[in-house]
Design a protein around this ligand. Structure first.
Ligand SMILES: Nc1ncnc2c1ncn2[C@@H]1O[C@H](COP(=O)(O)OP(=O)(O)OP(=O)(O)O)[C@@H](O)[C@H]1O
Ligand SMILES: [Mg+2]
Length: 633
């Protein structure tokens, strides 16, 4: 049985230690503040900033009205008291108060309308700018940054950070700014009412802040490990849902239900204890609030009795005190939420901060669209950057690789799993640069070549097929510009589809416009790979890089695809082809390069030959590999 091990969960939000002392806490706050400041400085556009400043005007007016309303009510109350004392009916003070109040309400509605409208604009503008900046920064990184195990740039962490920034902007716009302004104005107004009340409000503010910071920190301390429990449980459960085939084909459903229930019990037990504790703390805080309020009322009443203030003046005193406590209460919740989100926001920012592309000269070499594409690997070595947070030491993946691919020649790269075949292809596609040696294209160092011009010449079929949700047609023509795609006729498309055994007959209900993926039909692993070959073929590449394109094909289809590949490749197209299945490349390729790991050095070239026989003469490792696959030499 799989152990319940929440400690395995890694997430920047949960991996931080909760602050142990004030210094830690201050450091946390500082980090949070810096991250949020960067959101404002870098992710909010100039237009968004001016909108925010514009919104501050009606917002300030609304908060000010919130402070003036109790004064209007005080005027009315005092007027009513005077009227009772003098029995003079609806006196002028009441009229003044009522008119003042009505005026404030009208103004408030106008300001609200303005504020809400501007806020909508801000919201649109902010999400536009966030989306645009994120996408620009995401796509400008080199592919090497995207695929490294240092997974800052992976989809889930970018998505989470993105959502957290969006949520942060939303709470600030909807609650943060308004609550802060409300608290500040009520605080100033209380000072205006009297220095003693001002002092009480200050004490209240300090106590509340200290308590909230303590409570939030405590919550974080317990919450972080607890969230690991929830994450573990939900990951466990969704994996069982996703791999239901494995569960059911092993008759494990009852055991899995028992496991999930048991994990849930362990989690909920801790969770319940924690929330009961929080509820008690919150109740204490609320009781403290009420005590303060009662104290303020008693003080006010004494003042009224001493005739220092009027009875009506009690209302603003109580109202402002309540405004401060309510506002602080909400701000404290916000602080907790934002504090919780900030590590994801920081991780997101670190991902977007990754260096742009790989270094390239000021005037890079632009490869011609008819370049012969002579590819030379010269003493190429590569070592992946270590994954520091796991204390990973990285061993070289490739060591002193030297061989060349003449124009139009097809070279097979053969080697055991983990030998570095995919890595070598990634270097050729400039996902990353070699850590030693160099790769030349038509004599130019790949580092000096404009990457886009090389990508235009290359057709790449990755080890894992990447089919987009969209039509059959759009997937096939993905590598082309709109103008180029428009020139491809349906009959040309069908020809390639048939060549690659992709005609799915009646399943293509809408012909080439049948939807695939999320909104449409599912393709098998082999079909997806063939679709990738087809898509690469339409690019009419000068050089193909194929990473095991035929690994999930049955023997018959493999033969067909092989001939499809032959047509796709044509005599003038060079290629580097990786495969575990030797028969696929035997006829197709002009040269065979075998790489293998030697003494933990990473993949090295151990033999090169023009035929399997030659390779077998040169190395026993190939002889063994061929024998394992029943290849007759
Ligand atoms: N992003 C990465 N970070 C660190 N090490 C990696 C990374 N990708 C691959 N490696 C390591 O580099 C070595 C070569 O991997 P590579 O994927 O190139 O092998 P391969 O020959 O393509 O294997 P297979 O035939 O199984 O696809 C392996 O030891 C692998 O664990
Ligand atoms: Mg591979």
């Amino acid at each position: 049985m799989i152990e319940f091990n929440p400690e395995l969960e890694h997430d920047p939000e949960l991996d931080r230690p909760a602050a142990k002392n004030i210094k830690d806490y201050a450091a946390n706050l500082k980090r949070m503040y810096q991250a949020l400041y960067r959101v404002w400085a870098e992710l909010v556009s100039k237009k968004g900033k001016s909108f925010v400043l514009l919104m501050l005007i009606p917002l300030f007016v609304i908060c000010l009205i919130g402070v003036l309303t109790p004064i209007a009510i005080k005027t009315i109350f005092d007027g009513v008291l005077e009227s009772i004392n003098k029995a003079d009916g609806f006196n002028s003070q009441i009229t003044k108060g009522v008119l003042f109040l009505a005026g404030l309400f009208v103004l408030s509605e106008i300001a609200q309308l303005l504020k809400r409208s501007v806020r909508e604009y801000i919201f649109d503008e902010n999400s536009r700018s966030l989306r645009q900046t994120t996408n620009t920064k995401f796509f400008e990184k080199s592919l090497g940054e995207h695929i490294t195990q240092n997974r800052l740039l992976n989809e889930s962490s970018v998505k989470k950070g993105y959502e957290r920034v969006e949520a942060f902007e939303k709470v600030m716009l909807f609650h943060g700014i308004e609550n802060t302004t409300n608290v500040c104005l009520a605080y100033l107004a209380i000072w205006y009412l009297g220095w003693f009340l001002g002092l009480i409000a200050t004490a209240m503010l300090l106590i509340f802040l200290a308590w909230s910071l303590f409570l939030n920190n405590k919550v974080m301390e317990v919450c972080l490990p607890l969230d690991k429990y929830w994450n573990f449980l939900s990951r466990y459960q969704s994996e069982r849902w996703r791999f239901v085939q494995r569960v059911k084909s092993n008759a494990k459903e009852e055991e899995e239900i028992r496991n999930i229930n048991a994990f849930y019990e362990k989690t909920i037990e801790k969770d319940l204890k924690f929330w009961l504790w929080v509820i008690r703390q919150i109740s204490w805080r609320a009781i403290a609030n009420h005590l303060i309020l009662v104290g303020v009322v008693i003080f006010g009443v004494l003042q009224v009795i001493a005739k220092s203030i009027t009875l009506g003046a009690l209302y603003p005193i109580i109202n402002y005190t309540q405004k401060i406590t309510d506002g602080l209460y909400q701000l404290s919740d916000l602080e907790h939420e934002i504090n919780y989100w900030s590590p994801s926001i920081i991780t997101f920012q670190r991902a977007l901060d990754k260096p742009k592309k790989l270094p390239s000269p000021e005037n890079p070499v632009v490869l011609d669209k008819n370049s012969p594409c002579l590819v030379e690997f010269l003493d190429v070595g590569y070592q992946f950057p270590p994954r520091t947070e796991l204390g990973d030491i990285s061993l070289p993946a490739l060591h002193r690789i030297t061989f060349s691919i003449k124009p139009g020649k097809k070279v097979a790269l053969i080697g055991q799993s983990g030998a570095g075949k995919t890595t070598l292809m990634q270097l050729l596609l400039r996902f990353m640069d070699p850590t030693s040696g160099k790769i030349l294209i038509d004599g130019f160092d790949l580092r000096d070549v404009k990457t886009e011009s090389w990508m235009k010449l290359v057709g790449y079929i990755p080890q894992e097929a990447q089919v987009f949700s969209g039509t059959f047609r759009s997937n096939l023509l993905y590598g082309l510009s709109d103008e180029e795609a428009a020139k491809i006729s349906d009959s040309e498309l069908w020809e390639v589809v048939r060549n690659l055994q992709l005609d799915l007959g009646t399943r293509l209900t809408n012909g080439l416009d049948t939807e695939l993926g999320h909104y449409g039909i599912d393709l098998s692993g082999g079909q997806k790979q063939r679709l990738m070959i087809g898509a690469a073929a339409f690019k009419k590449p000068r050089f193909m890089v194929i990473d095991e394109a035929t690994s999930s094909l049955d023997a018959t289809t493999e033969k067909l695809v092989q001939s499809g590949l032959e047509t796709v490749l044509g005599p003038s197209v060079g290629a580097l082809i990786v495969t575990h299945r030797l028969p696929t490349v035997r006829k197709l390729c002009d040269e065979f390069v075998m790489i293998d790991t030697v003494n933990g050095h990473g993949g090295e070239v151990i033999a090169i030959g023009e035929s399997f026989e030659e390779l077998a003469d040169k190395t026993d490792r190939f002889r063994k590999l061929a024998a394992d696959q029943d290849i007759v030499l």
